[in-house]
Design a protein around this ligand. Structure first.
Ligand code: SAM
Length: 325
């Protein structure tokens, strides 16, 4: 299901902060678990604390062995939507006590969760799908645990952001996860402007009904960089479309794609360079379709991300012998 951008209350996007703190090793889940088999702690109760449990983003078999252990052994599973996580538990054959923890009740529920954790409870935090805290609730709960000296650890697993990045074919050595952009054009373009000079591959979440507009704004603000739209990852209809931003915007404005998607955009200077020949071809195409020199210039500037003035100057040279109107 497509999701809206979340409020900043619990769900925060952005760079992770490294911490020098050592995470205490849960007694039943030592780091030396045998890689070939089930962890030694399987079936026994995990140590008290908060466990951030990643869950599948489409393929049930992406659940990890550690996730099964902790979900089965937890006193309480805090989750965004108890119906969604309840269904997952049934599919996994796990009986767990679920409690809702989402942006709208987090401030109210958090003190009670911290209270339980302080008395030695094992609490798992799960999102509807994927990795908790990544455009999902949990950041403030983790912060509260750190402040209270409560053990908090992670059970890594699926995340749409990393899966999309992997399949984009774009550099993955340096990336910036930007979560959901604002839904309105002006706000969206303002955030894109902030990201424009970042020397990193950009990773975004987006909903199907906004993807064409968002790709259009990306092409305008960031230029016609190489990009990818990764859809329905790990599901039956997984699809990755790789093309320059303008072509992607065109494609998805003709047919609105379905399902969940990640947009990945190349760093500046890494995408397709649109040279004068390509600009000329696009201008000639627009003029042949009946556009005025001015309109053709505006269109090609928007398509390619080239400054309007430069495109207009080229159009004047081509079609008017360089004379301004
Ligand atoms: N925390 C989750 C994670 O780590 O994957 C992401 C939660 S966010 C609220 C949901 C967004 O992730 C969707 O709107 C979509 O942009 C993206 N997403 C989730 N599952 C996906 C999938 N299977 N394929 C592509 N994108 C997906």
């Amino acid at each position: 299901m497509a999701r809206q951008r979340r409020s900043a209350s619990e769900t925060r996007n952005g760079a992770n902060q490294a911490s020098s703190e050592q995470i205490p090793e849960p007694a039943d889940h030592p780091a030396s678990d045998a890689p070939e088999g089930r962890p030694r702690g399987a079936g026994s109760k995990p140590a008290a604390g908060l466990y951030l449990v990643a869950t599948p983003i489409g393929n049930l078999r992406d659940i990890t062995l550690r996730a099964l252990d902790v979900l089965a052994g937890a006193d309480l599973v805090a989750c965004e939507d108890t119906r969604v996580t309840g269904k997952l538990m049934r599919l996994l054959g796990i009986k767990a006590k679920l409690t809702p923890y989402h942006d709208h009740n987090a401030d109210k529920v958090r003190p009670a969760l911290i209270g339980k954790l302080k008395t030695g409870a094992v609490v798992a935090l799960a999102s509807d799908a994927g990795t908790p805290l990544v455009s999902d609730p949990g950041f403030r709960l983790v912060r509260a645990c750190i402040d209270e000296g409560i053990m908090v650890t992670t059970l890594p697993g699926p995340s749409a952001a990393l899966a999309g990045l992997q399949l984009s074919g774009l550099p993955a050595d340096r990336f910036l996860f930007a979560g959901f952009l604002p839904s309105k054009g002006a706000g969206r373009r303002a955030v894109l402007k902030e990201l424009e000079s970042s020397p990193a591959t950009l990773v975004f979440f987006e909903s199907p009904n906004r993807v064409a507009d968002t790709l259009g704004d990306m092409a305008t603000v960031l230029g016609n960089r190489d990009a990818a739209v990764a859809r329905e990852l790990t599901k039956l209809h997984e699809e990755v479309v790789r093309a320059p931003l303008f072509d992607l915007a065109n494609r998805f404005s003709l047919v609105q794609p379905r399902g969940e998607m990640v947009i990945v955009v190349a760093p500046p200077g890494d995408g397709e360079a649109i040279g004068p020949d390509e600009l000329e071809a696009r201008l000639r195409g627009a003029i042949a379709e009946g556009a005025s020199v001015k309109d053709a210039s505006a269109l090609v500037a928007a398509e390619t991300g080239h400054p309007k003035r430069e495109v207009y100057a080229l159009a004047l040279r081509l079609f008017r012998g360089g004379n301004e109107e």
